[in-house]
Design a protein around this ligand. Structure first.
Ligand code: C5P
Length: 234
């Protein structure tokens, strides 16, 4: 069994900003935050520099690049990403078993980097999955299938909606890492998130880590919002 995760380490805050200057200003405004998520927008704008700035501040990094490519290219990208000393890096499960296995094989044996599978983007509706992508399974069943594929390929966890956390936890077991966005405390605006869960409900459903952005970053007092969230999880 894994060690229990302290509440303040369960929260990952996304750096949904275009430049490293803006991103690092936010990091310095919220020194309490231990894990930051760098996604495609910021990484494409700022490059690895932002990761170096986070490391200098001894922050944990969730590098959400959502790799989706042929096995050889994914392996090359994973090898290259190891030098950034991120904690997690995401790979789309729909890249397929050989690509997922190539990603795992590309890691050096002593690498602390954990690869996580992206199952189904929550921006996709059941209808789009059925009509546009011709997936013959219901969405929850497909998500579970992709989580199992990810686990069988040797990855230690997935990103999923908190709605899916309970079934993935049941099927993939207690040691499989689940990181969930789509989380909103009762006191925050939902913004564009549709199917949300509160932080405590998401943890109760089996989430290990929560990605929570705007309720903290756009609060009138971000530090107070952070503290309120940590208190809710304690
Ligand atoms: O501000 P908010 O809490 O909605 O931010 C959530 C973060 O998680 C954003 O970076 C968003 O892109 C990301 N995300 C999400 N839903 C997913 C996958 C990622 O909201 N299914």
């Amino acid at each position: 069994m894994r060690k229990p995760i302290p509440p303040q380490e369960r929260l990952i805050v996304p750096l949904d900003l275009p430049t490293s200057i803006q991103a690092i200003a936010l990091v310095d405004k919220l020194p309490q935050v231990q894990y930051w998520k760098v996604g495609l927008e910021l990484f494409t704008h700022a490059g690895p520099e932002i990761l170096a700035l986070l490391r200098e501040r001894q922050k944990g990094i969730f590098l959400d690049l959502k790799l989706h490519d042929i096995p050889n290219t994914i392996a090359g990208a994973v090898k290259a990403a190891q030098r950034y000393q991120a904690d997690w890096l995401t790979v789309h499960a729909t890249a397929g078993r050989p690509a997922l296995e190539a990603a795992v094989t590309a890691l050096s044996t002593d690498s602390p980097l954990q690869l996580l599978g992206v199952t189904v983007l929550t921006s996709l509706s059941s209808r789009e999955l059925a009509v546009d992508l011709k997936v013959p399974l219901e969405l929850p069943e497909y998500v579970l299938h992709l989580a199992l594929l990810t686990q069988e390929a040797g990855l230690p966890g997935v990103i999923c909606s908190p709605q899916e956390a309970e079934s993935i936890r049941r099927v993939c077991g207690p040691d499989f890492t689940l990181i969930c966005p789509g989380v909103r405390p009762t006191w925050a605006d939902r913004q564009d998130q549709r199917r949300v869960m509160t932080p405590t409900a998401a943890i109760a459903a089996g989430a290990d880590y929560l990605v929570i952005g705007r309720p903290i970053t756009q609060a009138s007092d971000p530090v107070a919002a952070w503290e309120r969230l940590v208190a809710e999880l304690t």
